[in-house]
Design a binder for this molecule. Structure first.
Ligand code: FES
Length: 181
């Protein structure tokens, strides 16, 4: 035998079979309520208020998502309501979705990301030179394009003094100018 379910304030009457879950019946009838967790009793969004009748709960655990006052006032989570007899509910404003939105996955055209700090491998160590400015230009940095980075003199001297070590240059862009360390 069908169960009659009256819904306020939208003034709709729907029918269900004994044991049906209220949220599922609402969705099947095209009555949209918030259900972010998909009916798992995790989000606490599918609130309804039982005005008349009796229902069963699928689980008592999600009740923790409702306050003591709400439980006292007859609030239920629609996804936890098992319909057992004729009843009447109010769908409160906060649970209603007037214009349901569908999330559509899309590919965003994200421009190339230019990190402010990047590490490069030094391809070959520069030879010592008395002209520091020219020496900077001779720094061969793997995969690096752009203006020659400014290397503090003491670091430059350290690089040229190294034997066979691998040297990594960290280039950071400050005020648009590459600076290395
Ligand atoms: S749909 Fe999330 S708690 Fe009911």
């Amino acid at each position: 035998m069908s169960i009659r379910v009256l819904l306020n304030p939208i003034n709709r009457e729907i029918f269900a079979e004994k044991g049906d879950i209220l949220l599922h019946r609402l969705q099947e009838e095209g009555i949209h309520v918030e259900a972010l967790c998909g009916g798992k009793g995790l989000c606490g969004k599918c609130r309804v208020i039982l005005d008349k009748g009796k229902v069963e709960k699928r689980s008592l655990l999600p009740d923790k998502l409702l306050s003591h006052e709400e439980l006292e006032s007859g609030y239920y989570l629609a996804c936890m309501v098992r319909l057992v007899e004729d009843c009447e509910f109010t769908i409160p404003l906060e649970s209603r979705i007037e214009n349901p939105k569908i999330l559509i996955s899309t590919e965003l055209d994200i421009p190339e990301i230019k990190p402010a700090v990047k590490k490069y491998l030094l391809e070959s160590k520069p030879a010592k030179s008395s002209n520091l400015l020219l020496s900077y230009r001779r720094l061969k940095i793997k995969d690096y394009t752009g203006a020659p980075p400014r290397v503090p003199e003491e670091i430059y001297n350290k690089i040229t003094g190294l034997n066979d070590d691998t040297v990594t240059i960290t280039v950071s862009r400050t005020n648009g100018f590459p600076h290395s360390s």
